[in-house]
Design a protein around this ligand. Sequence first.
Ligand code: BES
Ligand code: MG
Ligand code: ZN
Length: 498
Amino acid sequence: MKLQHKKNSILREKANAYIITVFDKQSTIHKSFKEIDKKINNKITKLLKDNKLKTSVGSISEFPVSGELNADYLFVVSLGEKKQFNIDVLRTQTANVFRKIDSMKLNSVAFSLEEIMGSTNKKNEAYQAVSEGVFLSQYSFKKHKTKIVNKDTSIKDISIHVSGEKNSNLIQKMLERGKIFATSANLTKDLANEPANYMTPTKLAETALEIADSHGLDCQIINKAAAKELGMGSYLSVAAGSNQEPKFIILKYSHKSAKNKPVALIGKGITFDTGGISLKPSAGMDEMKGDMSGAATVLGVMNAIGQLKPKINVVGIAPCTENMPGGKATKPGDVVYAMDGQSIEVLNTDAEGRLVLADAISYAVKEKCSAIVDIATLTGAMMISLGSVRTGVFANNDVLFEKINKASQKSNEPIWRMPLDDAYGKMIISNVADIKNVGDREAGSITAAKFLEKFVGKTPWAHMDIAGVMTIKQSKGEWTKGMSGNPVRTLIHMICDY
Ligand code: BES
Ligand code: MG
Ligand code: ZN
């Protein structure tokens, strides 16, 4: 899919589809579209006058125009009320119209941004949002559909038309930036949608090596023997029941003029979570192929950072393994030791995410990382508290939290801050070890976060529990049914603005 800026009017462009815009409660068409309208007998002006054009936010009208214009169809996309217009509306509506165009199997599109660019002072963000909307909306996972021959989007060429802009290079750069954000989120979705018989810890490690190769990152894979050597007893206790070799991935991005100790992004990488000996019920267990979404997020973000090259050092860490029952599996009541020496009583082998993260966090602390952000499909309880709308974010540091908060507003991947009171910590004191890996049923997401906090020491830290936002149930706007790729774009923003 080629996406490029052009200075001419879409009227001079031959394409299968033209896209223009309209705001709600607007009685006339924008002046830059008058010439187009004239060629189709002022159809749009008339419809607007008779109040017959759908203009509420989300509406898209389509007109066959071959013979009258240099296109087969003209799409009129409503951006809702002008005073409520923002970048998120633009991203979503761009995605919606491109979904429609793909469903009609059209190949070339000319999109006029004349009205939009006259209605926002965030022009750069607007170009990026359009590009994100295009590339996010065209994502699909059809890899294992043997009957579908053409698995790609039908859309090949897209031109974005804005006249009177002097800096075409900057526009093109923002379109490219949007493409990097979106395609990196799409990479994360690909990894998370892939079934667990293909997406093993080894496959994730190979993917990390490929990303490193493509964008000049450093990649180190710690295997089982090396993890044992490092004392990662907590992480390895989760791998004990699996025939798949665990892989602890480290992906380093360094910028020559950055002086900071790296910011660590740590992603939970359970390639399948059966629950282990504390076996999960079978209904819905298939979804647990997505329990490596945190690791996939880290790989997606590192893939973007490698291309955007921000002035900061970042290390991506992904402790990957399956969580399986078996003759060698960890049993409820077993005591294991994390890399930092703390003992953990494993009362429920299904609370395995915190066990792999304990060693990954200990590793980042030992490496003196300047801040830690972990991303994990950690608790079902997160779905109970925030549903599938917002990611729960726990933080021991207000500055770090604010960075994530600002970034999430830019990406429109909403978050909500969760508490870390000491009283919750009391719920995970063990009778036989330093801590136990589960509390009572109450406040399940918070006790999980309190468990992780035991390993961060004084390092500024934030924990993103993405269990609720892991999947999208129905395709809509920039979101495609399946694994969501949330919060890849947030974290790219956070790192770039750090
Ligand atoms: N991977 C699950 C959490 C999860 C559930 C993610 C649903 C996405 C969708 C996690 O490992 C888990 O099993 N958590 C347990 C913890 C409990 C045993 C304390 C849970 O939430 O039930
Ligand atoms: Mg589990
Ligand atoms: Zn899990």
